[in-house]
Ligand binder design. Sequence first.
Ligand code: G16
Length: 546
Amino acid sequence: MPPSSLRVVYAFAREMHPKTSDVFIQYGTAGFRTKANLLEHVVYRMGLLAVIRSRVKNGRTIGIMITASHNLEPDNGVKLIDPDGEMLEQSWEEIATRLANVSDNDLESTTAEVIKQVNADMALKASVFIGMDTRYTSPRLAAAAANGVIALKGTPKEFGIVTTPMLHYCVKCRNDNTYGTPTEEGYYEKIVGAFKNIRQKLPVYGEYNTTLYVDGANGVGGKKLNIIKKTLDGELDLHLYNLGGNGGKLNLNCGADFVKVSQKPPVGVEHVPFQRVASLDGDSDRIVYYYMDDKDNMILLDGDRIATLLASYVTQLLKSAEAADLKLGLVQTAYANGASTRYITEELKVPVSCVKTGVKHLHHAALSFDIGVYFEANGHGTVVYSDKAKKTIGNIASEGEPEQRKAAQLLLNLIDMTNETVGDAISDLFLVETVLCARGINAKQWLQSYTDLPSRQLKVTVQDRNAISTTDAERRCTSPEGLQNRIDALVAKYKSGRSFVRPSGTEDVVRVYAEADTSKSADKLASEVAQAVFDLAGGVGTRPEL
Ligand code: G16
C-alpha cells in the first residue's frame, strides 16, 4: 500500500468517526472500556491497528471484540485478539493507546509512524474477524471497526453477536485449522460434541443430577446456551434465566460479577434449596456457581473452586494414565482465597503461581506448565495443554494398558471440551458438569474440599486511579506514600487478615480486597482499607463508611 493511500485513514475519521472527546483513554486489563458514546473513534482506530497487526503476522487473522463484558449497559469496549486466539501482545498496548488518543489531524501521520515502527509490509493481505455482544451500542461500534479495517484495505469478516470466547476460538481456528472450524457451529460441534462424547463414557451416578439452573446475566451467553439446550439429549437439563427478555438489564443485579462481588444471588432466577446455579457474565467469558441452602443463605463456588475441581480431576486422570512426566500447575491472582491456595499446595500438592489481574497474565504464566490451569476468583479462566501433553496423552490413549487408555481417552475429551484460547463460561460449564458427574457429587459435596476465608470487595472512587501503583503481583502498593504502611497496620489487627488495593483496568475505580477469619472482620477490614485509600489517594464523593 503506497503511503499516499493513508489519506483515506484521515478522511474516514473526519467524515465518519471523528474524535469528539479529549478524555485520555488507556488500553486496560481487557482493552479499552468506557461509556459507549466515547468509543466510536477508538474502535475505528482499532480497526486500523488490527490490519497492521495482521500484516505484521504475515496476514494471519486478528480479532476485534466489541464488548464491555461485566460492565453495565451504558459502557462498551473493544479488545484485540492475537492470531493464536490470545489477548493482544502486551507490547502493542502502548501503540493501541497512542493511536486511540491522537487528534484526527495527527491520525494519518501517527498511523504511518506505527507502520514504520512495527515494520508492517502493507502490501500483504490482512484479515480481521469482528464480533460483538448484545449491547445496543455494539452494532454501531462494530461498523466503525469494519471501516477502520477497510480504510487500510484489510478484509473484515463480521460474526454478529457472539460470546467473546467464541470469537477467540474462531480466530484461533482460522489460523490453525487443526483446532476446529472457525464458525459458531464449529464451536458447538467441538465443545458440546466433546461433552456428549464424554457423557457416554460417564454414566450419571451418586448424588449428581443433570439439572442445572443458569443465570445468563441478560447477555449473550444465555442466548447461546438456549441454542445448545435444543441439541442436548438429556445429558444436561438446563433451566435458563435472565436471557434478556422481560426488561432484564445486562449485568444489572445479576451475572457472575454481581454474584461474586456482592455475595448475593441474582434477581430473576428461581431458587430451589441446594439446586446448583451457574452464573455467567455479560459476554460469557466468566462463570461462577452457587446454591441457596435451606436457610436461604447463598453458598458461592467461585473461580478458585472451579480451578481446584478441574485441577484435581485432571491430576487424578494423569495418575490413572500413568503420565507421570506431565507437570500440572495452577495460576491464580491476589484475589484467590487464601484457603484455596493452601488447599492446592498442601492437599493437591500442585504448584501455584500468583500473577497480576487480567487473563492475559494468567494465560501466559499457565503456558509454562505441561498442563496449566488458570482461574481468577471472579470465574475467568481455562486450562491450557502443551503440545507435549497432547502428544503424550494421545500416545497413551492408543497404546497404553486398558486402564491407562481409558483415563487418557477421558483426558482427550476434556481437551476438546476446553476453549484453550481464553476463559469461556460455556466451555467451563461443561467441564465442571463433567467432573461433578464423574465424581457423582452434588454442589454441597463439591464445597467440602476446603472452607473459604470470609472476604469482601469494595470500590473507591478517586481523582486519578493511576495514583495507586502496585508490586508483587498487586499484593503490595508502592504509591501513594504511606498507604501500604496503613494497610499493614490495619491487617495486623485481624486474625488471618489479608488485604490489598489496586486500580481497576476496566472501571474508573480503585478496588479493595480483604479477607479475615470472620465475615464481620473481613467487612470491617475492607471498609478501613477503603477509608485509607480515600484519605491517601484523593478520594472523591462520600468517604466510605465503617
Ligand atoms: C476483565 C478481565 C479480567 C479481570 C476483570 C476485572 O474481565 O478480562 O481478567 O479480572 O476484567 O479487571 P479489573 O479489576 O482490572 O477491572 P471482563 O469479564 O470484564 O472482561
